[in-house]
Design a protein around this ligand. Structure first.
Ligand code: APR
Length: 244
């Protein structure tokens, strides 16, 4: 059970912050029923990441990789944002200097109404042409088993960042800028294992931010000033809505 004074400290820090940057991971969507990657029931417990989430895997068997993404799109198409996603939209509307950096590709933050968002690892709902690079967004599930580009007819891939691939340089630049604004840095529902996101809290702290982590258990995130143990969907609204 979280002590009231921990929540109050976090809430006061957020309420008085001139700038707020938030980093989210799969844990924020767990309460929407979206499987996380690690921990109990995690995707990497059921599937081998190197066989599904790498450029080499897609090169050698694109149909199997697309089948996995079609399955993930199907599962996530039935899920809705939870109170944690919604609380971050309220926070974005209340704080002029706000940036949300998400590692999640489930699209639940934009669906909840987040606009000042960097989808660092891409999105399940976007596809990119392997040849001409054209990006299309399609939330409908009616997709061919192996989608092809309307323009050049080449094979499309999911517009997500796979293991071994670089983050979009513009997304990285904007994320690092958002980590250097001081104020408050909130880390929600990430194991803090995958770089570069895992280092963002330390960078924020080096630039004077007060760092607050919300997780169900301890994580690898270093340099946090406050650790609030609990479900994101229960804790995050308490930090943002005074009447909680
Ligand atoms: N509330 C808060 N935190 C939660 C909840 C919850 N209800 N449920 C789980 N968590 C926490 C777990 O304790 C864990 O620390 O969320 C974290 C999920 O960790 P991961 O499954 O490793 O997900 P994430 O940190 O987002 O992974 C980062 O790894 O596989 C890649 O690209 C993929 O973006 C992903 C990246």
């Amino acid at each position: 059970m979280l002590t009231e004074n921990l929540i109050k400290t976090a809430r006061d820090r957020i309420a008085s912050a001139h700038s707020i940057t938030v980093l989210t991971g799969a844990g924020i969507s767990a309460d929407s029923g979206v499987p996380t990657f690690r921990g109990e029931g995690g995707l990497w417990k059921q599937f081998r990441a190197e066989e599904l989430a790498t450029p080499e895997a897609f090169e050698s068997h694109p149909e199997i990789v697309w089948e996995w993404y079609h399955w993930r799109r199907q599962i996530i198409s039935e899920k809705r944002p939870n109170p944690a996603h919604e609380a971050l939209v309220s926070l974005e509307n209340a704080c002029p200097s706000f940036t949300l950096i998400t590692q999640n590709v489930d699209g639940l933050h934009p669906l909840a109404g987040s606009r000042k968002i960097i989808e660092l690892h891409g999105s399940l709902w976007r596809m990119r042409c392997m040849r001409c690079g054209r990006i299309t967004e399609k939330r409908s599930l009616e997709l061919p088993r192996l989608p092809h580009c309307d323009l050049c007819r080449s094979l499309l891939r999911p517009d997500v960042v796979w293991f071994g691939e670089a983050i979009n340089p513009l997304h990285l630049k904007k994320s690092l800028e958002a980590c250097q604004g001081g104020g408050v840095f909130l880390v929600i529902g990430t194991s803090g294992i995958v770089q570069p996101a895992a280092s963002f809290a330390s960078i924020a702290k080096e630039h004077g931010a007060f760092t607050i982590e919300i997780n169900r258990v301890d994580s690898e995130i270093a340099d946090r000033d406050l650790l609030l143990i609990g479900r994101a969907s229960e804790v995050v609204p308490q930090l943002i809505h005074a009447n909680h």
